[in-house]
Design a protein around this ligand. Sequence first.
Ligand code: PLP
Length: 462
Amino acid sequence: TPPDDAPRFNSAAARDIEYALHPYTNHKAFRDTGPLIIQRGQGIKVFDDSGKGYIESVAGLWCASLGFANQRLADAAYKQMQQLPFYHAFGARSHDPLIDLSEALIQRAPLSTGGKPFSKVFFANSGSEANDSAIKMIWFYNNAIGRPAKKKIIGRVRGYHGITVASGSVTGQPANHKMFDLPIAGFFHVSTPHHYGYAQPGETEEAFASRLAQELDDLIVREGPDTVAAFFAEPVMGAGGVIIPPATYYEKIQAVLRKHDVLFVADEVICGFGRTGHYWGCQTFGIQPDILTCAKQLSSAFLPISAVMISEQLYQGIAEGSDAAGTWGHGFTYSGHPVPAAVALETLKIYDEMEMPKLVATRGAYLQKAMQDRFASHPLVGEVRGVGMIGAIQLSPDKASRATFDPARKLGPRWQALGLEHGVMMRVLVNESAAISPPLTISEPEIDEMLDLIGAALDDLA
Ligand code: PLP
């Protein structure tokens, strides 16, 4: 006989266990626990099937920037479905949502390499596809301009760029590689730029940044600059632990890349659209990339859509190559799908009306101070860090030595589970850091409520 708390036969939970294969799940353990079924959303909260509400401290997966209900986005989707539910953009076909969104993104883009404007936008459906497309664009470009050996890609340990074969190879997380035979050949990873986690005793942020830039330089020289094509980085590393780069890091990294003619791909899938207090993470950290990928907050997660923006230099090479090859044989059925494109366009209008980067700059300052005030001296906390509306509270048994807890104690998963009991949906990452990345619409009283609940769960952990 099943235990009393086992999901009832034919309940939604039992059918979920029977039929669904969930992303990022221990499938065997899941058979015993079953799912937490989320039924509706309102503001910064989601509600389960018993009606219990949870503040979403990570906006779902760092994506629901406008929260979990928005009539204007629902209307934009409905209107577009009535007008033109689908058309593709292969060959010489186009439609208004694709054209309008391309223009809107280029108008809002940061400066690309050499201080020049970005040139063109390509659409995909997810962050993984955007980064996969960026890799293929780089390979195609280097073939087109007569550098067929220049193909290697460098990411960073713990960086997250997706899970397709190529984007999963740039990702630097063991869980995404182990037993998947990734990374494939030609992908490399340099160190995580986390001063608290990896600096040597007494090493300043600047000295740490110089050491990491030297590591990148050494890798490129060792592999041969003629074989290294691109470096990928999230301005703030998200899923890998919310890593705020040390002072001077990107300045030094970009100098190394320029020296060896290696392209910079900024993965703005989490940082884009105001999260760090500027429209783009690139602007917060002084990055001028050759390629920029974005997704998630592009549509406030209401529908799947992602984008790749490329510099004029990349565009010229790809255009020449497509002419030589007869076509550029790349594109998804749903590249620039009119319905998500219309929703993304409405999302960008709402960001403009809310003056989103300015709002995040002020409300983010409130969040960062509230996090410091509550958690910096907590006996279980090692570091509290953040920028704009993204941050982390990292566990440590001893601030001075920056020690980590024994992983066997599973404090991260326990903290997360206690959060659920208190009514806050949390995400505790591999480095035992609770990520803080709520909807950008969160109010100051809601920030306090969210941190109170996270704090109550932390106190229970003690
Ligand atoms: N890049 C970054 C920085 C991400 O955080 C993610 C997802 O969390 C991705 C890429 C992959 O996006 P997706 O899950 O939409 O494929």
